[in-house]
Write a protein of this length. Structure first.
Length: 250
């Protein structure tokens, strides 16, 4: 479980998004030492100067799993491990024509990249003997959807995390695996829908509160727990119609 003593270290893998930076700021304000991973470290230079605490930035080769594993392992050894690792590397693109390059990009990042990161971090935590691995996931993984690869990739992530949790229990190690199930945040940002789009600081605060409590799975923001419940119960003919039925002309 995350602690907030001066010796606590948190890694955020995929630190360019607004959510990752909100998490970084709140952790830094809690006196947590940060290790951030991004494809281009120069992008975060100005942001990191605004943080009150200690922070280091490293490159992340998300499309090259073997290189990625070496990058994570090297930073892990340099910083003597970490108490908390947050993975937020997912991408979401949509084109109704389903062009393969977009599908492949999602699979490469959300599946291959995610699995490589989670596998590497989990094994490092096993060697360390403790830790908390959290992933920013989505309720989109509960069922298939028009954004085919994205929905499928989030289902993969949820099952991969559950498998790691089982391994931690089998090994009897105090390693917490947390699946952060966001509402349709990407869609809300695209549509700029206030009802769906909660303030980013509120989202980050709820995530960190859940991590401190050692939650295995949490819905953020809390209203999405009800939406997720309804989503699971909808009969398929209604669920499919909701996505595909053309709107009537007014």
């Amino acid at each position: 479980m995350l602690t907030t003593t001066p010796t606590a270290t948190a890694m955020i893998i995929g630190a360019t998004s607004q959510l990752s930076q909100a998490l970084a700021r709140q952790l830094s304000e809690q006196n947590v030492s940060l290790v951030l991973f991004v494809p281009d470290p120069d992008v975060l230079t100005d942001f990191c100067r605004t943080l009150p605490g200690e922070v280091s930035i490293y490159p992340l080769s998300i499309f090259e799993p073997e290189t990625l594993i070496k990058q994570l392992t090297s930073a892990w050894e340099l910083h003597n491990g970490a108490h908390l690792v947050i993975v937020n590397t997912g991408v979401n693109h949509y084109d109704a024509a389903l062009p393969w390059p977009i599908e492949q990009d999602i699979v490469d990042i959300n599946v291959r990249g995610f699995a490589a990161i989670s596998n590497c971090v989990f094994k490092l935590m096993c060697q360390q003997g403790y830790g908390q691995l959290a992933a920013i996931n989505s309720i989109a993984g509960q069922r298939g959807g028009p954004n085919v690869a994205y929905h499928a990739s989030k289902a993969f992530a949820a099952n991969y995390l559950q498998g790691l949790c089982m391994h931690a229990q089998r090994l009897k190690l105090p390693i917490t695996i947390s699946d952060i199930q966001l509402g349709l945040y990407d869609k809300a940002m695209f549509l700029n829908t206030r009802f769906l789009l909660s303030p980013i600081d509120k989202v980050a605060k709820q995530i960190l509160t859940a991590l401190i409590k050692g939650k295995r799975r949490v819905y953020v923001t809390k209203r999405w727990r009800f939406v997720a419940w309804i989503n699971r119960l909808l009969p398929e003919y209604i669920y499919n119609t909701r996505h595909w039925k053309p709107r009537k002309k007014s």
